[in-house]
Design a protein. Structure first.
Length: 618
């Protein structure tokens, strides 16, 4: 019989409708503006101090929606996003005498019964949700210096194995020089080193006690080191951001030596900077013996006890780059520690060094690259400029006696707190930076600005939807009602699919939704016009409806497939906002085909299928 669906098709549509409603509903419960309060040691405030905070907010007429503990912190939900910045300032002033961190946050508000279905709202991009934007600069000169230091250490070890005497090592810009007791030692060292280090240009200077071997990096090697530094930093930053659990972050290269990092939803810039910009690394070194030449040693203070010092060898056994995994744990006395697993090469080097030095102390050295800005005034013009002075801080975390040969797994103890061990484990897991990075630009987009963008985006969707609905009603009457119901179903499905896939919604994504609403009725327009044409050709009502859907099918598929191909191309070659637009458009095309071909047909079949109809309101 014409225009009748079997029961299973109606069931499919019903299930799709119910699923669409469930997984789109969380988007009606936007995140609450919130204030997150924690102490410097990541502990929660006491009830008494929290009461001081709430009293201060009440005195300032700032309404609190709710207070809840969360991971050793307090989360204060507010009713108005406009009060968020003011509330943060008031809380900071109230806790001025406390070691407390006050940060903006957004708290999830999805009801529990929707969470039971694993339903969650769409992820919002930086322009809608707010967050932080960092522009980082990679210190290329420091990358070259670090590589030269590694090469110098390897060269010294090679010379000691071959019993070639050397006096001093100097690193200057892109060159490395070794001083020897005689020209014969220098020439022997040159023959030995050139075999293993072909990336240098070699030059011999001086004679006898002034004999020196100067090694300069080739231009090709300099470019390789700098490219490696920025690519490795990109990888490390992505790993760190993933550890932070940020939804849809952006980490990408900008120009020859800069990196852009965008973290949607993150309002605590201090914590984000501490993790993203940390240039910390570890070095494992043996303690120097009393008879070790002074040129081969370095005196370093203990990180947690600056009054204590330790003398260690300049040569490094391994660095944090050899760590394959790291996790926070506690020792037998409840002290914080980090359990470390090394990769194959690191495990071999560590085993070789500890096997031959049982009973000797080994130090774990924490290294951090920092910078300090100072203002310089030109004596002639009086113009002031800011100069960045980079410096390196080294501190011994622990100095322990080697009891037996180490393998690929061991522990680092001597840490102050669990938060310090957790942060160190995170940095080691995500990898160390190949070169120091410095913050050039920092920008915070507040949740209130993101809310305005959301409101404007919703307004554009509502206006577009209203215009389409009016047009379809005026043009196609009853069939226009079918098309409009299918259009609402299409919008519900689109939001539900994006929520399920975890797609990020941005302003360009909202533009994609508006475009989808306009395109979604294209299929219905083709079908309805074909039905009109068949009625004019003298077919019966039932035959015209059947022919309209059947004969318009090919045109609908062709039109939507070509648009889908364009969306796929945009997604594959585009970046950031373009990808967001392409994702929304692609999903919208698929949902609109489903609603136009199945949902609207189901409503037509239920209304007219198998019934004697003399006239169609179309």
């Amino acid at each position: 019989m014409l225009n009748r669906y079997p029961l299973w098709k109606y069931l499919i549509i019903l299930v799709a409708l119910l699923a669409g409603l469930i997984y789109s509903l969380p988007n009606l419960f936007p995140e609450d503006p919130a204030i997150q309060i924690s102490t410097q040691d990541s502990g929660a405030l006491s009830e008494r101090k929290l009461e001081r905070v709430t009293d201060a907010l009440d005195d300032s007429d700032i309404a609190i929606k709710g207070i809840e503990p969360q991971n050793d912190q307090w989360l204060l939900r507010l009713t108005n996003a406009d009060d968020q910045l003011r509330a943060r300032d008031i809380i900071s002033e109230t806790l001025d005498d406390e070691d407390a961190t006050v940060a903006l946050n957004l708290a999830e508000a999805t009801p529990g019964w929707l969470k039971a279905f694993n339903a969650s709202p769409m992820t919002l991009g930086l322009d809608l949700r707010g967050g932080v934007h960092f522009l980082l600069e990679v210190d290329m000169e420091a990358a070259l210096t670090q590589r030269l230091e590694v090469n110098a250490s390897a060269m010294r070890e090679l010379l000691r194995e071959e019993r070639i005497r050397y006096r001093n090592t100097e690193i200057d810009d892109r060159s490395l020089s070794l001083e020897f007791a005689s020209a014969d030692d220098r020439d022997a060292a040159r023959r030995l080193i050139t075999r293993d280090f072909p990336e240098f240009d070699y030059q011999s200077e001086g004679e006898d006690r002034g004999a020196r071997l100067v090694m300069s990096l080739t231009d090709q090697k300099v470019n390789e080191i700098q490219d490696y530094a920025i690519n490795q930093n990109l990888t490390t930053l992505r790993n760190r951001v993933n550890e932070l659990g940020v939804s849809e972050p952006k980490v990408q290269r900008q120009g020859p030596n800069r990196i852009v990092v965008e973290l949607p939803g993150v309002q605590d810039t201090t914590a984000a900077k501490r993790i993203v910009g940390a240039t910390a690394n570890l070095e494992f070194r043996l303690e120097a013996r009393p008879d070790t030449p002074e040129r081969e040693t370095e005196t370093i203070a203990f990180r947690n006890a600056p009054e204590r010092e330790g003398t260690v060898l300049r040569d490094v056994i391994i660095t944090g780059d050899s760590v394959s995994s790291a996790s926070q744990s506690f020792d037998e006395n409840g002290g914080a520690q980090v359990s470390i697993n090394l990769d194959g090469t690191g495990g071999t080097l560590m085993n070789r060094a500890t096997r031959t030095n049982i009973g000797r102390n080994m130090a774990v050295v924490f290294i951090e690259h920092k910078s300090e800005d100072r203002v310089v005034t030109d004596p002639d013009t009086g113009e002031k400029t800011t100069v960045r002075d980079p410096y390196v801080e080294r501190g011994i975390i622990s100095m322990a006696t080697i009891q037996s040969a180490f393998g690929n797994s061991f522990r680092i103890t001597g840490l102050d707190s669990s938060s310090e061990s957790s942060e160190l484990a995170l940095l080691l897991r995500s990898g160390s930076l190949a070169a120091p990075i410095y913050f050039v630009q920092e920008r915070t987009i507040g949740p209130s600005l993101g809310q305005k963008n959301i409101e404007r985006g919703l307004l554009s969707v509502q206006i577009g939807l209203l215009l389409v609905v009016i047009f379809m009603l005026v043009r196609y009457k009853v069939f226009g009602i079918f098309a409009n119901i299918a259009l609402a179903f299409n919008l519900t499905l689109l939001v539900a699919v994006m929520s399920l896939l975890g797609a990020t919604l941005t302003l360009p994504g909202i533009a994609g939704i508006v475009l989808t609403l306009g395109m979604a009725v294209d299929a219905n327009v083709l079908i309805f016009e074909r039905i009109r044409e068949e009625l004019r050709n003298g077919l019966s009502v039932q035959q015209a409806i059947h022919a309209g859907y059947e004969r318009a099918f090919t045109s609908i598929i062709d039109a939507n497939i070509t648009t889908l191909l364009v969306a796929v191309i945009l997604f594959s070659i585009g970046t950031g906002p373009v990808k967001g637009f392409a994702v929304t458009l692609s999903i919208g095309i698929l949902t609109s085909m489903f609603t136009a071909l199945l949902v609207s047909r189901a409503m037509v079949n239920l209304t007219y299928g198998g019934k004697p109809v003399k006239k169609l309101w179309i």
